[in-house]
Design a binder for this molecule. Structure first.
Ligand SMILES: *[C@@H]1O[C@H](CO)[C@@H](O)[C@H](O)[C@H]1NC(C)=O
Ligand SMILES: *[C@@H]1O[C@H](CO)[C@@H](O)[C@H](O)[C@H]1NC(C)=O
Ligand SMILES: *[C@@H]1O[C@H](CO)[C@@H](O)[C@H](O)[C@H]1NC(C)=O
Ligand SMILES: *[C@@H]1O[C@H](CO)[C@@H](O)[C@H](O)[C@H]1NC(C)=O
Ligand SMILES: *[C@@H]1O[C@H](CO)[C@@H](O)[C@H](O)[C@H]1NC(C)=O
Ligand SMILES: [Zn+2]
Length: 323
């Protein structure tokens, strides 16, 4: 190849590259990602992670969590600190402890201290399959850290909602399940989240700051007070019963009325285990056993929502609104 040909080749290659660059990512026309040119992108709607409570656990599992929670509560009392965390290996080995002493700085929360401690003591840098215990529910910062660290199970005593609404202790007002539910940016699955283990004991240890407004931890509760009894009233009528394939079948119609003064959105209902042959207006989530409205799930004060079903026998499904 002579020099002219070589220069020509180089020139042509650069020319080709400059054209290739015009095909760089253009958000207006690119098909990268899931949205088309006539859509805009925003975060995927996400539910909070489910939080298990002691009532959901097998007694033998609960006993293990209670023993480990009792241990960090005992350390907390011994050192007169509120927030203590511990980390366990999946084989059940206790790995390390973290006490929030406020040192070296304000972000030295129990969970962060425990993570750093495990790294320092045992060289652990990723906590896949590990379990973390904490006397108080992780704050938004620590919940995020626990997701990054890939903990499999997270267990706490006192809920953030109790810290902020009853104990008057300042924190970021957020259920950690909000963060844990957003695991999909980092992880394939959400961590297993268990709240309220030895809750009474943990709450008692946090005590109250409500009467200590000069404490640096004090915050005036900024919590919404919602009625514990639902304003929704459910009426059901049996329209007819008939004989079909050797058994009695009944048709029921029902109404859900909002007797309160506030709009109810996305109400859910528990029920007896009876299941209809067919139902309209309501739909059940078999995993949680909760019913919800099948259509526009908003009931204004005074408004009524109708549903109906056909069921074997003559008994109603007893629906109860969850508060
Ligand atoms: C994308 O479209 C907007 C609005 O029409 C325009 O201002 C912008 O220059 C376009 N971007 C590119 C990279 O073409
Ligand atoms: C459990 O794991 C820890 C940490 O890796 C290890 O030191 C310990 O020997 C293991 N114990 C058992 C019984 O496997
Ligand atoms: C680290 O954990 C050990 C127990 O494994 C504990 O003795 C020690 O106090 C912890 N260090 C800090 C800084 O919390
Ligand atoms: C975590 O546990 C799962 C299930 O027991 C196992 O398949 C996986 O290898 C474990 N990962 C690590 C890093 O220990
Ligand atoms: C709670 O109950 C009171 C009294 O029955 C009622 O005035 C109020 O609107 C209810 N609040 C909500 C959020 O339903
Ligand atoms: Zn924290």
């Amino acid at each position: 190849m002579n020099k002219i040909a070589l220069l020509f080749t180089i020139f042509f290659a650069l020319f080709a590259i400059s054209f290739a660059c015009q095909d760089d990512f253009n958000p207006n026309t690119s098909t990268i990602g899931e949205c088309t040119a006539t859509q805009k992108s925003s975060w995927k709607p996400t539910d909070n992670a489910p939080v298990l409570t002691p009532a959901d656990l097998d007694p033998s599992e609960l006993a293990v969590h209670e023993e480990r929670m009792a241990y960090i509560l005992a350390i907390a009392k011994q050192q007169n600190k509120k927030f203590v965390a511990s980390i366990y290996h999946q084989n059940g080995t206790f790995m390390c402890l973290g006490v929030n002493t406020g040192k070296p700085n304000i972000i030295s929360h129990g969970e962060i201290v425990a993570i750093n401690n495990c790294t320092a003591l045992h060289g652990v840098t990723m906590f896949t399959n590990y379990t973390l215990y904490t006397t108080g529910e992780p704050c938004a910062m620590c919940a995020s850290a626990l997701l990054w660290a890939d903990f499999k199970t997270i267990v706490w005593g006192t809920f953030n909602s109790d810290l902020l609404c009853k104990i008057c202790m300042s924190n970021i007002p957020m259920d950690s399940s909000y963060i844990f539910g957003r695991y999909y940016g980092l992880r394939a699955v959400a961590p297993r989240v268990i709240g309220g283990v030895l809750r009474t004991e943990a709450d008692a240890w946090f005590g109250t700051y409500c009467n200590r407004p000069t404490s640096i931890y004090y915050i005036k509760p900024q919590c919404a007070c919602t009625n514990t009894t639902s304003p929704l009233k459910i009426d059901q009528t049996r329209y007819s019963s008939w004989f079909e394939n050797g058994k009695t079948v009944s048709q029921f119609g029902g109404t859900i009325t909002n007797t309160g003064s506030v709009t109810v959105t996305n109400p859910t209902f528990t029920s007896t285990p009876l299941r209809p042959n067919s139902i309209w207006g309501l739909t059940v989530n078999e995993a949680t056993n909760l019913w919800s409205l099948q259509w526009y799930p908003v009931i204004q004060p005074g408004q009524t929502f109708s549903f109906g079903y056909i069921i074997d026998g003559e008994d109603t499904i007893a629906f109860q609104p969850t508060a």
